[in-house]
Design a protein around this ligand. Sequence first.
Ligand code: ATP
Ligand code: MG
Length: 302
Amino acid sequence: FAINMDQLHLDEELGKGNYGTVKKVLHKPTKVAMAMKEIRLELDDAKLNGILMELDILHRAVAPEIVEFYGAFFIESCVYYCMEYMDAGSLDKLQGDGVPEYVLARITGSMVRGLKFLKDELQIIHRDVKPTNVLVNRKGQVKLCDFGVSGQLEKSLAKTNIGCQSYMAPERIRGESQNNLGTYTVSSDVWSLGLSMIEMALGHYPYPPETYANVFAQLTAIVDGDPPELPEHFSETSRDFVARCLHKISDRRATYAELLRHPFLVGDGQRSVDMPAWVEKAVRARDARIRNQIQAAQNAMS
Ligand code: ATP
Ligand code: MG
């Protein structure tokens, strides 16, 4: 069946990205809560239809580590994209001052299995691996979203995007001037995975703060500097795993099969981890931080 706007009851906003807004919605016919992403694109109907056709492949992206796709439609020059609602949100907001190693291992396992599924079953490279695209629910499940399946959509978005925190691999930054999309290989996602792991471990973006405000300085640090590492208090095993992801030479990086065999993830498979308990705690801490920020803003005004 095809989803359309008339079937949806709009609820609160879940977040905003560089390209659009994500809202919680209720699909009235099925009573399923969904997340709806609105992307404004100045394109003609033929191109928008092309994007919808390309997005159709997402109906085959069904795996425990992938956010489910329910359907997409367009109204005027906006594409609306409906997906599984993840009730604990994205990891960037849950990581706090950094997640403990056993949680990092559990999250990483899901990410690697999800990325391997996309590549092996659908020949899809994610292209946008970062903590905001790793979603969590209160059952403790960890799933990937926002992977690139539509060439037309990517081309239309590429123009507007220059994020201030880059998860791009060095080879992608170097190749950027020639061809934004051509230099991307599966190992570029492995780099972004390693960088995301460090961010989750630290609770902040790994490259130095001076580089946040200056895109050029940041890209230079990624291309010319040493790759970042997990902090000292993480085990040798976990630090080795991340180092296997963050080789500056792309063909030296581990494959997904190698990462799954690495002791860091083998160890995770042998442990029992209460993820729902961790999620509950992280959600509470996040909501308290948000309340404090609102309070501080109100105090500043009065
Ligand atoms: P970018 O624009 O660079 O991709 P982003 O990933 O943060 O950044 P969006 O993909 O537009 O931007 O998402 C905005 C926010 O909405 C996310 O950070 C996340 O917190 C929330 N969100 C997105 N999808 C869902 C979902 N399926 N369930 C719950 N929350 C979601
Ligand atoms: Mg996103």
